[in-house]
Design a protein around this ligand. Sequence first.
Ligand SMILES: NC(=O)c1ccc[n+]([C@@H]2O[C@H](COP(=O)([O-])OP(=O)(O)OC[C@H]3O[C@@H](n4cnc5c(N)ncnc54)[C@H](OP(=O)(O)O)[C@@H]3O)[C@@H](O)[C@H]2O)c1
Length: 360
Amino acid sequence: MRVALLLLGFGHVGRRFVHLLEEQRAVLDAAGVTPVVVGIATGRHGSVCLDAGLDAARLAREVAGGGAVGPTPSAHTADQLIARLAALDAEVRVVVETTPLVIESGEPAISHVRQALRAGAHVVSANKGPVAHAYDDLAAEAQRAGREFLFEGAVMDGIPVFNLVRETMPGVTVLGFRGVVNSTTNHILTAMEQGEPFASALARMQAAGVAEADPSLDVDGWDAAAKVAAMANVWMGAGITPQAVARTGIGPADAGWAREAVARGHHLKLVAYGQRRREAFSTKKPPDVFVTVGLEELEADDPLAQLDGQANALELHTDLLGRVVITQRDGGLEKTAYALFSDLMRIVGQERKDVGRLFR
Ligand SMILES: NC(=O)c1ccc[n+]([C@@H]2O[C@H](COP(=O)([O-])OP(=O)(O)OC[C@H]3O[C@@H](n4cnc5c(N)ncnc54)[C@H](OP(=O)(O)O)[C@@H]3O)[C@@H](O)[C@H]2O)c1
């Protein structure tokens, strides 16, 4: 099955995804899946398209080395590339959206997702913006179009959070959640517990490509707030934006608190929290949710307290299964790339009607 891919965004995640496709070529071949990158759009590094397929891994190396994918300013807009994808002769068309999070509006990613769905393409995204700002609209758009809008990489990299609930918990209602969901701040807090300065710990996350393009989104709690909004929108029908989340971040001044917490046998964590306040079942209104991001000193036996470095964890509070905790021990770019890969495979499986059997 030929799967035509249009990459909107070709930064750390988009490039790692391309390399993952190369690394998994034998597995994909065995499953009869041939992904072909037919277009790439960036912000400042040009754009390129070729119906027969680009050498995306080579372009990824060139961009990583300071080059561009095509002439700048870009020869094609995202809309033009989406239209071209729609006209292509391919069994499956997928737009891979990995532009940066724009916390104020979720754009241009929301428009990218909407345009792609309207053009008959599926969408996979690691960008929290569309889910955190416009989930209901985009889910309805996907349903109208008969296409998938999947975003497993938006929360906890490649760890299946949305898939876990959707695929394995039929009939379960998520009543609430709490988690450590931002790798950059958890890494900084862990480093400050051990006496390392805030700035050098942050610099390490920037060098690793894990911090957001604008790192204040991480340290001011915005990234976590966007994840809270995404989860509340998907699981609770909350219809909120990140701006509705009561939020505090972390700063160099928290180093003392982090060390004192350890001396008390505790750990200081940036905890993301969402809870239904009013049962949705008895009313036609969307459920009212209590949503926060803030620093908390956690006792050592709390499952969130033991997370070092880039580790993340999420505790779901459910009606039928009680509390369920899922932990990501090793976060990182390659796991976010895997989230896109797993979403892509889900789409292929659905198109071929052999979902779940592709890699057995
Ligand atoms: N990095 C992680 O570990 C991680 C983990 C989970 C989720 N995410 C999410 O994944 C997304 C991508 O992250 P990243 O680390 O890859 O970011 P990044 O390195 O900053 O890359 C963003 C890419 O988007 C391009 N871009 C910017 N504006 C664009 C536009 N209007 N149209 C098309 N392309 C545009 C950029 O091009 P230029 O460079 O030319 O401007 C760049 O290629 C973000 O939404 C982020 O929140 C990242």
